[in-house]
Design a protein around this ligand. Sequence first.
Ligand code: ZN
Length: 406
Amino acid sequence: MRVFGLLSQTYNANILHSYQRERVRELMAHARTHVPFYADMLGDAVTLDQAPILDRTHLFDYASQFVSAVLPRGQAARGLRYTAGTTGQPVRVVETNLTHDWQLALQLRDLEWSGLDPTRHLAEIVWCEGQGHSSNRWDPDLDELCATGPSSLLPITLDPLEQLEWLQRIQPNYLRTYPTNLELLVEVMGEAPPLSLTHLKSTVEPLSAQLRARAARHFHVFDTYASAELGLIASDCHLGRLHVHSESVVVEILNNRGLPCPVGEVGRVVITALHNYATPLIRYALGDRAAWGSPCRCGLPHPVIDRVAGRDLPFFTHPDGSRWSPASLVSAVHQIGSALQWQLQENSPGWVTLRVVSGEWTSQHTRRFEEAVARFYNVAAPRVELEVVRRLPLHAGRLRQVIACR
Ligand SMILES: [Zn+2]
């Protein structure tokens, strides 16, 4: 197929850029003509940097206006993808035969880059309905393209000790899960991980350098950057650097003034999906932050990104109604430093709950956090609740680290 042929070619950076420019031009022309939301929003824009930036709120508020009235010849709708994301606002994206083929092709590339053998046993601990299951193959769609081995699925909501018992029983070769879960799992594994397990695939959330280093003591660790709306965005090469799938997406990293960040500067991630003509996503801000990385020694022409833990923070509300970034509270939790994992929730203006997973949290830590909350809200006696828990509550399998009351 054409898609697989494209990915099998060896591009250089210049060819990738001109390929992206051509796809962007076609996509913007299509969106302006056939998608009501873009008919007004794109105006006279002809290049990407002239287009406005969208976020999840646009996709939620104008859901029906994002769907194309017609599709180019040869393309057909295949189904819908729903995602609640970390903000809790559900959004809907139409999948087509073209986006489906691209995702399959990228999955194959992802396996190739990380050196995984699809005939081995894959275990997944992710968000799923029901109790999980086992199968004699991986994804049935992938099975049409290459021989795949057995796979086993377990809900991420289970206790990490139960997860470990399951892994020891089924003896998989590879494990795919989210960093939030991996952190707890690595903790309970200690120095005795399941012997069969050789490779970890991290997905959905950013994998921190610290967690990668801890996991790498026992496993080969590979990260992927993906979202439900966009599919695979970037994958680790064999050297463990995250390369953008430039044939499928244009990734921009922008500073506060909306200008491109140089290598090393953290900014807002904005993505254009090049092949979705049914629900075009042009300059879509996922809410992630990242920086461009230095060129990778592996030789791939695909740019390297360093993801940064922590999405754009929702604003907290002061008792006088003004809204402020809770960055100083997040910083205070980091500085206290005793929480393996944490979640900060504003229940109402001036009232917060801090949940921590920690065996070492003391009243002194709580007092330091209360002082930070008092400074943040500028009140003498803030209302602070502290919950030491074994596991943080997940929303659709993912951790919402900072939750605002509105
Ligand atoms: Zn590389």
